[in-house]
Write a protein that binds this ligand. Structure first.
Ligand code: PMP
Ligand code: GLN
Length: 381
């Protein structure tokens, strides 16, 4: 029989969520909030659904949302963006990544990525025929080595893919690190694909710095955002891409043949949401910082080696101090089955030879859920 391609792996989020459901476990694995985002934003979507039209909206996205994305780029980062030619709406950041990688990467192109990697990066790059040049950062410091980074770039480099704030590391890149990356992009004439879905989930007075704002980067950077993260509405799958027309054009071509468009009512509501007052954005990060502290201090009390978290809604913890004599994968399985708490093994975010004693917990959950998870773990350990 004709063989079927089996090269695509099962994502760790699917693996762990399935196991969590099977065992009635508290799911701190897959990253999603357990409380829906702002009611006014949801109401706006409901009204837009009733009022219609409910037909294909424009391929590039509803004008109101493209305008709102351009306005947010100005408001938060002082970036001047032409909403007509430099903004594309996609069905989630995931579609954006697929459109970008399939349109910009050709077989044999090298692409620099930093491990740990968000789940879809490597499968998409490799399916496009790209050659991944991996630069590794490891817990607990996630320090980026300048020489290793430089060594990953060459004349064959087409692009670097950067996730900042970084999932699962919860690392926020410093201006110095970003400067290094920008310099290499300019020197090797490489593009930068910036997954910035956690741009507003950043803690302790840190500032999100889009790589696009660094010298020489405006014309060579593709910046991705997601309403799923910014409005705690992950099921909506509304993403947006900002890039110079020369880069955005081929990406929009890929979008034509992938989804063509994204539900109009959701786009209209996200346009409204992006214009929300500063207090909304401060509240999002402030609430999550408290949850981070709640979970992190609880895990530390139980003996986990908690790794600092500067952004995202994930905290990584070292299980080595618990003395369980098992790998992160085994511990995540046992924790789900025996303790009723699910986390994700950090080794799943590396392309082999990974650190094997770190697990990732999502803390975008109600306080009572975080407390229950900690109580269950206390009984189990
Ligand atoms: N990139 C990163 C780093 C993510 O964590 C996620 C979602 N968890 C995505 C992309 C995908 O975002 P979306 O749900 O908008 O497709
Ligand atoms: N981004 C989420 C996470 O890191 C999961 C999204 C998904 O399941 N694809 O957990």
């Amino acid at each position: 029989t004709n063989p079927v391609y089996t090269g695509l792996p099962t994502t760790i989020f699917e693996v762990m969520s399935r196991l969590a459901i099977e065992h009635g476990s508290i799911n701190l694995g897959q990253g999603f909030p357990d409380v829906d985002g702002p009611e006014d934003v949801r109401r706006m979507a409901a009204e837009a659904l009733i009022a219609g039209p409910n037909q294909y909206p424009p391929m590039m996205g509803v004008p109101a949302l493209r305008q709102a994305v351009a306005a947010a780029n100005k408001r938060f980062y002082d970036l001047d963006v032409d909403w007509k030619t430099e903004v594309l709406v996609t069905s989630g950041a995931t579609e954006a990544l697929a459109d970008i990688i399939t349109s910009l990467i050709e077989p044999g192109d090298e692409i620099v990525l930093i491990e740990p990697l968000y789940d879809c990066y490597l499968p998409l790059v490799r399916r496009a025929g790209g050659i991944a040049k991996l630069v590794r950062v490891t817990p607990p410091h996630w320090k980026l080595d300048a020489d290793e980074l430089a060594a990953a770039f060459s004349d064959k480099t087409k692009a670097v893919l950067l996730n900042n704030p970084m999932n699962p590391a919860a690392k926020v890149f410093t201006r110095e690190e970003l400067g290094l990356i920008a310099e290499l992009c300019v020197r090797f004439d490489a593009y930068a694909i910036c997954d910035e879905v956690y741009e507003h989930i950043i803690f302790d007075d840190r500032e999100h710095i889009p790589l696009m704002t660094l010298p020489g980067m405006r014309e060579r950077t593709v910046r991705i955002g997601s309403a799923g993260k910014t409005f705690s509405l992950t099921g909506w799958k509304v993403g947006y891409v900002t890039a110079t027309p020369r880069l955005l054009d081929p990406i929009a071509k890929a979008h034509q043949f992938t989804t063509f468009t994204t539900p109009a009512a959701l786009q209209t509501a996200v346009a409204y949401g992006l214009a929300k007052e500063d207090a909304y954005y401060a509240g999002l990060a402030g609430d999550l910082a408290k949850k981070r502290d709640r979970l992190a201090s609880g895990l530390a009390r139980l003996g986990f080696g908690v790794v600092p978290c500067d952004g995202t809604y994930f905290v990584t913890a070292d299980i080595a101090p618990l003395g369980l004599a098992a790998s992160d994968v085994e511990v995540c399985q046992r924790m789900t089955v025996e303790a009723g708490v699910t986390a994700v093994p950090v080794s799943a975010f590396y392309d082999g030879n990974a650190p094997s004693t770190f697990v990732r917990f999502c803390f975008s959950k109600q306080d009572s859920i975080l407390d229950s998870a900690l109580e269950r773990l206390a009984t189990w350990i």
